[in-house]
Write a protein that binds this ligand. Structure first.
Ligand code: NAD
Length: 256
């Protein structure tokens, strides 16, 4: 229970990777503030079984004012945020000249600008308490590109850059800031990409295999639980000097 007494906010934690991370942190003793548009009641009761305090805040992280509300709520009801996991994210796939400008703006605000806003609001409390962990769920697309993902790749490269700057600005403190760069993880976000391939060839199993074979040499998905364990390591004392890293967990994707 290395996180007993700490409070973690995980954005976008009603499903997928965020929910997996919330489970791991709660199992290590943390109190949890969940966030996201999925089934909040189901997520709360799921994470509550680890025994800590769990709540959900419905902030749309595209909106800085709603992020500020969430930060005030965390201060009021939990005494502040000790562990900030910036995980909320969306995807849209289209060639750059057909990419809807409105999708570009949404991806940049949800996947990148939200990380700036949550971070700037969480840092003063972390500095006061002399300890904090900021873990940004970037992507292999924070390190390399893929066709048709202009906004996502730009935003995730931005997250990796912001992570380095925050790590430098907190380098002499008990606060660390790192990014995790997952390859394919089978979540609703990726299921949508498998579904559109299935529409083209009619075979889900084949669509999954093709998706993996194009990029991920292990031919297996990363799991939310594995990512949760990496977040837990970054929250541990052993990781005190891991600062500004962009740590890939990608089945070999970026080794190619
Ligand atoms: P997901 O679609 O399962 O979950 C996304 C979560 O974000 C949901 O809880 C959703 O409600 C929430 N969300 C979306 N828009 C939001 C908004 N405006 N405000 C608040 N919450 C919002 O996706 P996932 O695959 O679990 O992705 C989580 C993160 O991991 C994303 O940042 C994604 O880019 C990243 N990632 C995913 C993969 C993958 O293969 N699945 C790989 C690398 C990185």
């Amino acid at each position: 229970m290395i996180l007993k007494g700490k409070t973690a906010l995980v954005t976008g934690s009603t499903s997928g990777i965020g929910l997996g991370i919330a489970h791991t942190l709660a199992a290590a003793g943390a109190n949890l503030i969940l966030n996201g548009f999925g089934d909040a009641d189901a997520a709360i009761s799921d994470v509550k079984r680890h025994g800590g305090k769990v709540a959900h805040h419905p902030a749309d992280v595209a909106d800085p004012e709603q992020i500020a509300d969430m930060s005030d709520y965390a201060q009021r009801d939990f005494g502040g945020i000790d562990i900030l996991v910036n995980n909320a994210g969306i995807q849209h796939v289209a060639p750059v000249e057909e990419f809807p400008a409105e999708r570009w703006d949404a991806i940049l605000s949800i996947n990148l600008s939200s990380v700036f806003h949550t971070t700037r609001l969480a840092l003063p409390g972390m500095r006061q308490r002399g300890w904090g962990r900021i873990v940004n769920i970037a992507s292999v697309h924070g390190l390399v590109g893929s066709a048709q993902k202009s906004a996502y790749v730009a935003a995730k490269h931005g997250v990796v850059g912001l992570t380095k700057v925050v790590a430098l600005e907190t380098a002499t403190t008990g606060i660390t800031c790192n990014a995790i760069c997952p390859g394919w993880v089978l979540t609703p976000l990726v299921q949508k990409q498998i579904d559109s391939r299935t529409q083209a060839n009619g075979n889900t199993a084949q669509a999954r295999q093709e998706l993996l074979a194009e990029k991920q040499p292990s031919l297996d998905f990363v799991s939310p639980e594995q990512l949760g364990e990496l977040v837990l390591f970054l929250c541990s004392q052993a990781a005190n000097q891991v600062r500004g890293a962009a740590w890939n967990m990608d089945g070999g994707w970026t080794a190619q």
